[in-house]
Design a protein around this ligand. Structure first.
Ligand code: SAH
Ligand code: SF4
Ligand code: F3S
Length: 485
């Protein structure tokens, strides 16, 4: 692993704060928040803005949980909140540039609102150059903390709230370059009452040549199955019917634990939790997806008929350079085996275009895999050079024209194939977990099929969180319009 240099006020790899010390910091922070709130004559508010993947979404629920326990109330408008935390993603550079642009505009807002606290955390703050840029170019940022320090927010707030606002000072920072600990029992404020992400592991050890995640999320470590099941039981008692098990590569769950467990066994245990009706997981690396996992999925009533299986490229040559540990043929065979064994499963993927050295022939291979597997959906990304990764140092970065043309070809193929796939279930009646009121039309609700497709149908807020039968009347490409049966 590339060592990431500690930042100002850094305290790398110190003793873990247990849940007791988190509570202690929350008590101290609440006292400071109460005093500020009294002085202002109103409740103080917070907003957490999240970028990136499901891991970040889950971390944001922890940040919100801590902030609420400190006495802040949720404010929908980012610019009106007293504390704003940006939970960042750095997987591609264009998002970083957008974030910096946004952060710049926040400076002007803060100047007009004394006492506002701005925090930046997440994957971007783990990167030395990005972090230095935040500290130097955005001096109004009060707190900068890393992916391993989410649980520490209350103690950072105490430091930030205790400073004299008129004094110019450095941001409070807490960024560890890595950790081998897992902090349990961090307060959580869920975004949804009826569904929840559950971390089963943290970090990633795969070092795909293009990817920055292993550098910013640290080494892979699995949670003990007992802790995971306890959490899911508590969620179920609290009304949750759907859980999504989260890890950068759930198929390597269990490595390094001193119990006889792997991901397929863990799924078997989650299945037994009463009240949980749907189980999802994210993400599966094709290299170590076991037959046992396929069998557990095939036999289960609760595990959703959906697998996200990132392909990245259909060219064996590129896959080897990417350090993905599978070939084009192995991927097609695996996807075929899953489809054969798990009835009605949808297979979605991630595809990257513009990797160093990629040629038209490699793109042809990717398009061939899209056709042969018949993906039900795919996220397509333009390769982004990430400093410190192996691919960033490769000489043959490809031209913008090639990328644009290839991206359009891949996208078109994905759209054609996934529309064809989605149409296959038109007219059927299927169970739908209702998630929200439709954003465009308040007479409709939006729900999700087991296979992860969304359906909009007439209904009201009383249906939210319920699983209902819906007729899939009309396919609109990647979603359905339906009617409740
Ligand atoms: N752990 C997951 C992926 C996490 S990142 C897995 O291995 O499948 C999500 C997606 O972002 C990846 O699947 C990949 O397609 C994309 N991605 C990662 N690094 C990228 C980069 N440097 N440029 C463009 N896309 C990238
Ligand atoms: Fe990145 Fe590969 Fe790890 Fe996924 S498995 S997070 S793509 S290094
Ligand atoms: Fe982004 Fe970090 Fe997730 S880099 S994709 S938020 S692990």
């Amino acid at each position: 692993m590339n060592k990431i240099a500690p930042a100002i006020n850094d305290k790398p790899n110190t003793e873990p704060a247990g849940s007791e010390s988190i509570r202690e910091c929350i008590r101290t922070a609440s006292e400071l928040v109460r005093k500020r709130s009294e002085a202002a004559g109103r409740k103080l508010s917070y907003h957490v803005t999240t970028f990136g993947c499901q891991m970040n979404a889950r971390d944001s629920e922890k940040l919100s949980g801590i902030l609420e326990e400190c006495g802040y109330i949720y404010e929908e408008d980012e610019l009106s909140a007293d504390v704003v935390i940006y939970n960042t993603c750095t997987v591609r550079d264009n998002a970083n540039q957008r974030f910096f642009g946004h952060l710049g505009s926040i400076g002007a807002v803060k100047r007009k609102r004394s006492g506002m606290i701005i925090g930046v955390c997440g994957c971007l703050s783990q990167e030395v150059t990005a972090r230095e840029k935040i500290l130097k170019s955005f001096p109004f940022v009060d707190i900068v903390f890393g992916t391993h320090n989410v649980f520490d927010l209350a103690s950072l707030l105490v430091k930030a709230l205790s400073r004299d606002p008129s004094e110019k000072s450095h941001a409070v920072t807490e960024i560890w370059d890595g950790t081998d600990m897992i902090v349990e029992d961090v307060p959580v404020k869920r975004n949804y009452r009826f569904k929840s992400g559950v971390n089963i592991m943290f970090g990633c050890d795969n070092f795909c040549s293009y990817c920055i995640v292993p550098y910013v999320r640290g080494r892979e470590r699995s949670r003990r199955s007992e802790d995971i099941i306890e959490e899911i039981k508590r969620l179920s008692d609290d009304g949750v019917v759907e859980v999504m098990l989260l890890g950068q590569n759930v198929n390597s769950y269990g490595k390094g634990l001193d119990e006889d467990i792997d991901f397929a066994k863990l799924l078997g245990m989650v299945e037994k939790v009463d009240g949980i009706e749907r189980i999802r997981f994210m993400t599966s690396h094709p290299k170590d997806l076991s037959d046992e996992l396929i069998e557990v999925m095939a036999a289960s009533d609760k595990i959703c008929r959906h697998i996200h299986l990132p392909l990245q490229s259909g060219s064996s040559r590129i896959l080897e350079s990417m350090n993905r540990h599978y070939t084009k043929e192995q991927y097609i065979e695996l996807a075929g085996r899953i489809r054969e064994r798990v009835d009605g499963i949808s297979v979605t993927t991630d595809i990257m275009v513009g990797y160093p050295g990629e040629t038209e022939k490699d793109i042809d291979d990717t398009i061939d895999v899209i056709e042969k597997v018949g993906f039900d959906g795919a996220f397509t990304f333009i390769y982004s050079k990430r400093a410190g990764t192996k691919a960033a140092a490769m000489p043959d970065q490809v031209s913008d024209e090639f990328v644009k043309e290839s991206f359009d070809r891949v996208l078109k193929k994905v759209q054609d194939v996934s529309t064809r796939q989605a149409k296959k279930i038109e007219g059927r009646i299927m169970d739908v977990l209702v998630e929200d009121i439709n954003r465009q039309d308040p007479h409709l609700v939006t729900g999700r099929l087991s296979n992860n497709l969304t359906v909009h149908f007439p209904g009201d807020s009383s249906l939210i969180g319920k699983i209902v039968d819906v007729k899939l009347s009309s396919c609109k490409g990647f979603y359905y319009i339906g009617e409740k049966i």
